[in-house]
Design a protein around this ligand. Sequence first.
Ligand code: ADQ
Length: 457
Amino acid sequence: MPPRLIAVSNRIPTGSPSSGGLVVALRDALSASGGLWIGAHPDPGTGLEEMEEVSGGGCRCLAFRLSEEEISDYYLGYANSVLWPLCHRRVDLVEMPSTYEERYRAVNARVAKLIAQVARPDDLIWVHDYHFFPLASELRALGLANRIGFFLHIPFPSLGDLSVLSQPEDFADWLADYNLLGLQTRGDVARCLEMYRADPRAEFMPDGTVKMQGRITSVRSFPIGIDVDHFRELAGVGGRNPFGREAPDGFVIGVDRLDYSKGIPNRFRAFGRYLKTRPEGTRPCLVQIAPPTRERVQAYQDITSELEEIAGRLNGAFAELDWTPIRYIHRSIDRSVLARLHRMARACAVTSLADGMNLVAKEFVAAQDPEDPGVLILSRFAGAAEDMTEALLVNPYDIEEMAAAIHQALEMPLDERRARHAACMEVVRRTDATRWAAQFLAALRTCMPTLSPQVAR
Ligand code: ADQ
């Protein structure tokens, strides 16, 4: 039996059959080790409760409840109005009331205490994402010497941008308490090492690890992926045409949470530019699925209005009585319908301004019929572009270049489509979610253990 795994993430699996690759990969790793998944309960509480068992996720899940203040200051506040824009190169959107940071530190300290009540000395602890940067420091302060790994799902911030934090030196310090720091791409690793190079407390060891005040951290990239076979199955299942009778014959699809990092307004503008110059007689269509998220944050309200305005303007200018060029759905849709849509689409536009990986790009590729595949248009600023170099790579700030890429994708000869798809599919398979989890955990198991955590400083 492998050592028991404790996974910690903001969300715990809810048992919905629409789970993505991350849930499947972690759930498998957790059940193989009799492990636990710890995360925030979907419903708020007082913030004082003990953890409770939550069923339905396919593994043992323990949930803590966040109070309304914690949701405002820790989750929507520090996590999503400071750290999210910081990591996505939007320091102009950072909001800094002092209660955000205080509550972020306090929630991490509280969650560490709850974890310490259930952790055994030889458990592996795998912490996910920016909601929990300081968690290892809090666990070490409680005396835990376990191997603790961290995986950052979003881009690693650049050194210059870190100055926006009230105590930027704490950031490197928090990360130094992890034995393994997993990032999405080689570019993220380079940015992280640049941060350590600028920090006089850090030393670089001959094996490539970073040593900071007695603590040794290995920094490596583990590009995340999807449950490929499951998504292919969903996409291939026959059944109802999601459009009813009148499916557009060659359409471009976009699927994103409605987030300013995803570059959706520029995508709409590029599609508008393409509409102006499109080949005569064609009636192209952009199907954009963008469910709302973090609606209480001002920046998300702004992007929602901006998108409605652009979609309305373009449809007003180009639509005809029997043709709507932009079909914009501001809701979540069933995963099997999503997979079918990907398979039917002639192209997918992923135009993120910054993105850790972007799983939609991988889902689109997985959903294609290899004999007659659609074309992936992919932003150079999405982590996925580091390996998927045979997609049509675009600069999401360059509207003309993106309009030209839409044209190229929709007109691309079959041989070229097949060759590009095969190369992308090879990457999608190589980075499949189960391998991703297995590689991270294998690396964590072999990390140098932390000596007595109190002695380490
Ligand atoms: P996200 O920012 O959420 O993830 P992404 O990687 O694209 O971005 O994953 C989104 C997931 O949600 C995909 O599986 C997609 O199919 C699904 N989804 C999106 N819109 C949907 C809709 N309308 N209905 C149903 N499902 C929908 C963060 C980082 C990414 C990183 C992932 C994983 O921002 O860069 O790739 O974590 O590490």
